[in-house]
Design a protein around this ligand. Structure first.
Ligand SMILES: Nc1nc2c(ncn2[C@@H]2O[C@H](COP(=O)(O)OP(=O)(O)OP(=O)(O)O)[C@@H](O)[C@H]2O)c(=O)[nH]1
Length: 220
């Protein structure tokens, strides 16, 4: 299901739009484009758009950087409120990205590292600097539980935190398919239930009565 433009293993450059601003070039990152909609943008001027994108959403994927503790805090402080417009039975996933930067590379002895910027799709034979992982999966699980509290959802009625918290790498593709497939497997029944429960919000133009023919001026 998640092939094509969402496949993180695909390579090649691509530009894409994020809330109206061109923010990136790198096809590997495009695997997280949909995540970006909810987790970003960081820039204040686009924040108003966040709640617009969340309106009626059946799933929200909140993404942070496992190597920057602040990015998880920001999800709570700045982005959780944007989900107020999501649908009542919206599913939430919490995704820690860029795990490749703090994972031990094969054959390496596990030295700590500096804080160079992550560059998915980079390469050229130079070993990437290793970062120290600042956010653990348990922190994401705790955040997921905060989301449930914020949304006043009962843990019994929603998927378990352990099912909805992931650690991914858009660079290596680690867990990206798993995350999207898990979310989609859960979202489809929610969407079907919503459809069965009520008519769509959209106006059905096909069944609308034709407008009375207006008399035009002298030439009709
Ligand atoms: N190593 C690594 N780099 C990544 C990963 N995902 C994105 N990047 C890189 O991180 C940089 C920022 O990526 P964006 O997709 O623009 O994400 P952003 O959230 O706008 O930026 P940051 O929050 O600063 O990471 C780009 O150079 C990406 O290629 C990943 O999983 N691993």
């Amino acid at each position: 299901m998640w092939s094509g433009p969402l496949a993180p293993s695909a390579s090649g450059d691509l530009t894409w739009e994020n809330e109206g601003s061109q923010v990136g070039r790198n096809f590997t990152s495009s695997g997280l484009w949909r995540i970006r909609v909810w987790g970003l943008p960081r820039r204040e001027q686009f924040h108003g758009l966040g709640s617009m994108y969340c309106r009626g959403a059946v799933a929200v994927i909140l993404t942070y950087d496992v190597n920057h503790a602040q990015s998880l805090l920001e999800l709570e402080d700045r982005f959780l409120g944007l989900t107020d417009t999501a649908s009542a039975d919206c599913l939430f996933a919490v995704v820690g990205n860029k795990v490749d930067l703090s994972e031990e590379a094969p054959g390496e002895g596990g030295q700590g590292g500096g804080h160079g910027p992550g560059q998915a799709g980079g390469g050229g034979g130079c070993p990437a600097p290793r970062l120290s992982k600042q956010v653990q999966l348990e922190d994401a699980v705790a955040f997921y539980k905060k989301i449930l509290k914020y949304k006043m959802l009962d843990e019994k009625d929603v998927p378990a935190a352990e099912q909805m918290c992931f650690e991914t790498s858009a660079k290596t593709g680690k867990n990206v398919d798993l995350m999207f497939e898990t979310v989609f497997d859960m979202v489809v029944p929610v969407m079907l239930r919503q459809r069965a429960q009520g008519p769509p919000q959209a106006v059905d133009v096909a069944s609308a009565p034709p407008p009375a023919r207006a008399r035009s001026g002298c030439c009709s």
